[in-house]
Design a binder for this molecule. Structure first.
Ligand SMILES: Cc1cc2nc3c(=O)[nH]c(=O)nc-3n(C[C@H](O)[C@H](O)[C@H](O)COP(=O)(O)OP(=O)(O)OC[C@H]3O[C@@H](n4cnc5c(N)ncnc54)[C@H](O)[C@@H]3O)c2cc1C
Ligand SMILES: *[C@@H]1O[C@H](CO)[C@@H](O)[C@H](O)[C@H]1NC(C)=O
Ligand SMILES: *[C@@H]1O[C@H](CO)[C@@H](O)[C@H](O)[C@H]1NC(C)=O
Ligand SMILES: *[C@@H]1O[C@H](CO)[C@@H](O)[C@H](O)[C@H]1NC(C)=O
Ligand SMILES: *[C@@H]1O[C@H](CO)[C@@H](O)[C@H](O)[C@H]1NC(C)=O
Ligand SMILES: *[C@@H]1O[C@H](CO)[C@@H](O)[C@H](O)[C@H]1NC(C)=O
Length: 535
C-alpha cells in the first residue's frame, strides 16, 4: 500500500497538465530539527503523500551531527559495546508510534531494565526511606500490597491513569486526528479539567491517599519531570505514573528516529543550524507563500549565514522555538510562539566499583545497599517550583543502569545515573559512595573510585504548570510548529505524534483533502455524490 516516494512522484509527474510548471508539481518541505518530532514528521509525511499520490520533497536541517535530539546515547566506559541513554530512556507499550516503528524497522527491544528482581529500590525524603521494594521493575506496584498504609489508592491511581491514557489515545484516530488546534482537542476530550489543575489537586479530587501521593506518585513526577506534585498538571502527573510495560531500544532509542529519517527519503543536512526563515518574494502560481531558509555550519557560527538555494512551500519547526535561535519575521510566524519555562536538568553518568552507601539514606551501614533511589519531599517541606523544588535531598534520583566489568581493572563496576537540578559535586559523591572522590572525579589510575565520568545538562522538558490552552501547531501560512505539544505532555511519543499530526495536515493540504467540522474526512465519492445531487 505504501509506494516508495519515487514511484508516486513519477506517477504524479506523468499526470500533470502541461500548464503546471514542474517546480510547482513537487511540494518542497523543510523540517528544522531531527529529534522525535522532526523525524516522525518526515517519515509520516512521506507515507501520507504516497497514500494520497502527491509528491513531496523533504529537506531536514539538523544543528548537531546526529539524529535524535534529546534522545541520545553515550558509551559507558567509552566502550561502544555499552551504549547507555543520556536523554530519553524509556517508552511504554501504549506508545503506538514508537512501538510500531520498532516492529517495522526490526529494532530489538532492550531486556535490560533499571530494576532487576532482588535489587533494592527505595524512596528517600532526605532523612529516611519512606518506601523500599525488591520487586524489580514492578517496584511501585509492590506498594499496592501495603493495604494497611495506602488502602485502595494504588488501584484507584491506576484506574485514573488508564482513564487519561484512554482519552489521550483518541488523538491518534479520526475524527480527533489530525488536529489544527491542540487546545480544541484537549477540550473535546475533556482533558482540560485535568491539565487545568495540579497533580496534587487532581489526586485530592479523586480521594487518593495523601501519603501515597507524596511518597510514591511524587517520586514518579520527580524522576520523570523533576517536579513536585504542586507544580505539574494532572495529565503529566498521570503520564509519570503510566510506566506499565516500559521498554527501550537495544543500542539506543535514537535508532527509531534514525530509521524514520532513512525511510522518509528526505535529504538530511547535519551540522546545519538554521538561522533564519524569510518569505520568498516569489509566490506560487496559486498565490501561496514560499519560504527561504538560511543556515550556518554549526562548527563556525561566527561565519555569515548562507541562503539555501531551494524555496520551500511548507516549513516544520521541530524544536522548542525559544532554544532554536531562529530569526523570522511576522510575515512568517504569524502566531505568537509563547516562551515557556523549561527545567534545566543535570544528568550525570559515571562508573564505580562502589555501591551506594546505605548509611547515606539513614540505613544501618552493613544493610543491603539500594540500587535505585528515587526521592520525595519530607512531610515538613514546603514544595517549591523549578530547581528549588528538589528540597533537602538535593537530587531527584540515582539509578544503577548496569553492571559492567572494567577491562582495565577487571573489576566489577556499577554504571550510575543521577538526575539533579545542579551539577553533582565530588563531596556529594564521596558521601554517597563512602569513599574519597577527588575534585576531578577521575584520576585515571586503576584505584580511582570513579573510573568514568560523563556529566551533561539539558533543557529537558517544560515546567509543566497547569494550563488549559496550548500552542497550536499551525503558526503561519504553511508554517508548522511541533513543540507546543510539550506543555501538554513531553515525551518522545507525544513529539512523534505531533510530527505525525503536522505531516497529516500538510498531506491534507497538498492533496486537497477536505474534512467536516467534526474532523471526518470527506471522501471523494461523497463529494462527487454531493455534486451530482446539485446538478
Ligand atoms: C534527561 C531526559 C530524560 C528524558 N526521559 C524521557 C523518557 O524516559 N521517555 C520519554 O518519552 N521522554 C523523555 N524525555 C523527553 C524527551 O526526550 C523529549 O520530549 C523528546 O525527545 C523531544 O523531542 P523533540 O523532537 O520534540 O525535540 P528535540 O529532541 O529537542 O529535537 C529538536 C532538534 O532540533 C535541533 N535544532 C534546534 N535548533 C535548530 C536549528 N536552529 N537548526 C537546526 N536544528 C535545530 C536540535 O539539535 C534537535 O536535534 C527526556 C528528556 C531528557 C532531557
Ligand atoms: C529536493 O530537495 C533537495 C534537497 O533540498 C534539493 O536539492 C532538490 O533541488 C529538490 N528538488 C526539487 C525538484 O525541488
Ligand atoms: C500501529 O500498527 C497497528 C497494526 O499494524 C495499526 O493498526 C496502527 O494504526 C498503528 N498505529 C500507528 C500510530 O501507527
Ligand atoms: C559535523 O561537525 C563535526 C564537528 O565539527 C565533525 O566532526 C563532523 O564530521 C561534521 N559532520 C558533517 C556531516 O559535516
Ligand atoms: C569561520 O568563518 C569565517 C568567515 O567565513 C572564516 O574567516 C573562518 O576561517 C572560519 N573559521 C573556521 C574555524 O573555519
Ligand atoms: C544565536 O544567534 C546569534 C545571531 O546569529 C548569535 O550571535 C548567538 O551566538 C546565537 N546563540 C546561540 C546559543 O547559538
Amino acid at each position: 500500500m505504501h509506494l516508495p516516494a519515487f514511484s508516486s512522484l513519477l506517477a504524479w509527474v506523468g499526470a500533470i497538465p502541461e500548464a503546471t510548471a514542474p517546480d510547482e508539481a513537487v511540494k518542497n518541505v523543510a523540517i528544522i530539527g531531527a529529534g522525535a518530532a522532526g523525524a516522525s514528521a518526515a517519515y509520516h509525511l512521506q507515507r501520507f503523500a504516497a497514500e494520497e499520490d502527491v509528491a513531496v520533497n523533504i529537506t531536514i536541517f539538523e544543528k548537531t551531527d546526529r539524529i535524535g535530539g534529546r534522545t541520545l546515547t553515550v558509551n559507558a566506559l567509552d566502550n561502544p559495546a555499552e551504549p547507555i541513554e543520556l536523554g530519553a530512556s524509556i517508552f511504554v507499550t501504549v506508545n503506538h508510534i514508537l512501538l510500531n516503528a520498532t516492529r517495522d524497522f526490526d529494532l530489538p527491544l532492550s531486556t535490560r531494565s533499571e530494576g532487576t528482581p532482588g535489587d533494592l529500590t527505595a524512596i528517600w525524603d532526605g532523612e529516611r526511606l519512606v518506601y523500599q521494594s525488591t520487586e524489580g521493575s514492578s517496584w511501585w506496584w509492590d506498594a499496592a500490597k501495603l493495604f494497611w498504609r495506602y488502602g485502595t489508592s494504588p488501584y484507584r491511581a491506576v484506574k485514573l491513569v488508564n482513564g487519561v491514557v484512554g482519552k489521550f489515545l483518541k488523538m491518534y484516530e479520526e475524527p480527533w486526528f489530525p488536529f489544527r488546534s491542540l487546545t480544541q482537542r484537549v477540550f473535546e476530550l475533556e482533558l482540560e479539567k485535568i491539565t487545568g489543575v495540579t497533580g496534587e489537586q487532581f489526586l485530592q479530587q479523586n480521594q487518593i491517599n495523601h501519603d501515597f501521593s507524596r511518597e510514591i506518585i511524587q517520586a514518579a513526577t520527580r524522576v520523570n519531570y523533576a517536579s513536585n506534585l504542586a507544580y505539574i498538571h494532572g495529565v503529566e502527573t498521570m503520564v509519570s505514573f503510566a510506566t506499565d510495560g516500559a521498554v527501550s531500544v537495544a543500542g539506543g532509542n535514537w535508532k527509531i528516529f534514525d530509521s524514520m529519517v532513512e525511510h522518509s527519503g528526505a535529504a538530511l543536512y547535519r551540522n546545519a543550524t538554521v538561522s533564519s526563515i524569510a518569505l520568498d518574494a516569489k509566490k506560487t502560481k496559486t498565490g501561496a507563500p514560499r519560504y527561504r531558509v538560511s543556515t550556518k555550519n554549526t562548527a563556525n557560527l561566527t561565519a555569515l549565514a548562507e541562503g539555501y538555494p531551494v524555496s520551500f512551500d511548507k516549513i516544520i519547526v521541530a524544536s522548542p522555538w525559544q532554544f532554536s535561535n531562529i530569526t523570522a519575521g511576522e510575515d512568517v510566524i504569524r502566531a505568537t510562539i509563547e516562551e515557556i519555562p523549561y527545567m534545566k536538568l543535570h544528568v550525570t553518568l559515571f562508573s564505580s566499583p562502589y555501591k551506594l552507601r546505605p548509611g547515606f539514606f539513614g540505613l544501618e551501614d552493613g544493610a543491603k545497599a539500594p540500587s535505585n533511589v528515587y526521592t520525595t519531599l519530607g512531610a515538613d517541606e514546603e514544595p517549591r517550583m523549578g530547581a528549588a523544588g528538589v528540597g533537602r535531598t538535593g537530587f531527584y534520583s540515582i539509578s544503577t543502569l548496569r553492571r559492567v566489568v572494567n577491562p582495565k581493572t577487571e573489576k566489577r563496576e556499577y554504571v550510575y545515573k543521577i538526575f539533579s537540578p545542579e551539577p553533582v559535586t565530588a563531596s556529594f559523591l564521596s558521601d554517597v559512595l563512602g569513599v574519597n572522590v577527588p575534585e576531578g572525579f577521575t584520576t585515571g589510575s586503576s584505584s580511582s573510585p570513579i573510573s568514568w565520568y560523563r556529566p551533561a545538562w539539558f533543557h529537558s522538558y517544560p515546567v509543566e504548570l497547569p494550563r488549559v490552552t496550548f500552542q497550536d501547531p499551525v503558526v503561519g501560512d504553511g508554517v508548522y510548529y511541533t513543540s507546543g505539544m510539550e506543555g501538554f505532555i513531553s515525551t518522545m511519543e507525544t513529539s512523534a505524534l505531533m510530527g505525525m499530526n503536522v505531516a497529516r495536515l500538510i498531506a491534507d493540504d497538498v492533496a486537497g483533502v477536505e474534512r467536516t467540522a467534526e474532523g471526518r474526512r470527506v471522501e471523494k465519492e461523497d463529494k462527487e455524490a454531493a455534486t451530482g445531487d446539485e446538478l
